[in-house]
Write a protein that binds this ligand. Sequence first.
Ligand code: SAM
Length: 352
Amino acid sequence: VNLRSALARLFMPARIRRLVKLNELITGYWVTQAIHVAAKLGIPDVLGDRWVAAADVATAVGADPDAVYRLLRALSAAGVTLEAPDKRFSLTMLGKQLRSGAAGSMRNWAIYNGEGWHWRAWGALLESTRAGRTAMQNVHGAHLFDFLAHDVEAEKVFDAAMADLATIDNLALVSSYRFPPRSKIVDVGGGNGALLASLLKTFPEVTGTLYDRPAVAEKARATLAAAGVDARADIEEGDFFARVPSGGDVYVLKQVLHDWGDERATQILNTCRTAMGPGARLLVIEIVIADGPAAQIAKLTDLEMLTMTGGRERTLEEYRALAEAAGFRIVGFHATRTPFSIVECMRSRRFY
Ligand SMILES: C[S@@+](CC[C@H](N)C(=O)[O-])C[C@H]1O[C@@H](n2cnc3c(N)ncnc32)[C@H](O)[C@@H]1O
């Protein structure tokens, strides 16, 4: 059956091939939910490095054996698991990245993307598109960060998802910029501290302050301690619309501006500028949208911003306009060996 089907597929007319491809795109959310459920139930942790019978996986995670078998089989079609003839399964290299604690694990990101509140917001993309407004407002009646501040469980899921993303290529990212020796870094909206930890490890003479909302800043303490760099780091809690710690040599805004529309993003830049001395640098680290038709993840994360935060991904020219409106000029653009670029800014002379 397998050989005949493979041969038949080889001669599939291009028109049908296109329909199959289109169907994959149309039903992409089936895969999203299947991966979400596996991650949430901890199935990749049960599979580990072994072949395990679907029935044993079901027992271990307390779910229905037939449904777990069908889930694992569907995930094999998506390239996440491998199926042996006796209904045993193992993880592919991709699937291994869904184990908790694995290097570069995306488990929490997978959980976040299928979580009810996130899912319902994406379900309202139509209204967002018509009105140009975030779906979070529409569905949950609050901006993402206000919503998170009032829902402890959702906040845990969000922070863990951000922490997963923050571990991607941080070392490659920080080594793309020469942080001046003995400089003091302020990581504004620094999240779980993964970037600052990589930075302090890479540049042993540098010190840093992580600045974020109270609940998040608290968790960053653990990341910095685990990385053994807490002696050179301090943590400040606060609201970056109100104030940003002063006295830094290099200010970092990584994936912060993309969470906000132009007006709020300009306010964040303004508070940073007020805190910065004339010689200080501001590094805006974002996936900058390339001009033209190139396929780029930022063109999709831009929809996550439209739905969830009311922010947007931007082109370099859009970052330039934003920076100039807030009294900065762009003094450097650094491509990195990651999807991120570093847009280096200084205060404009007229703002001295
Ligand atoms: C998308 S995350 C980026 C985190 C981190 N810079 C990174 O790249 O992993 C945005 C961060 O902004 C923080 N944030 C949101 N509103 C804030 C506010 N009003 N004041 C300070 N931090 C805030 C969030 O808590 C979150 O950690």
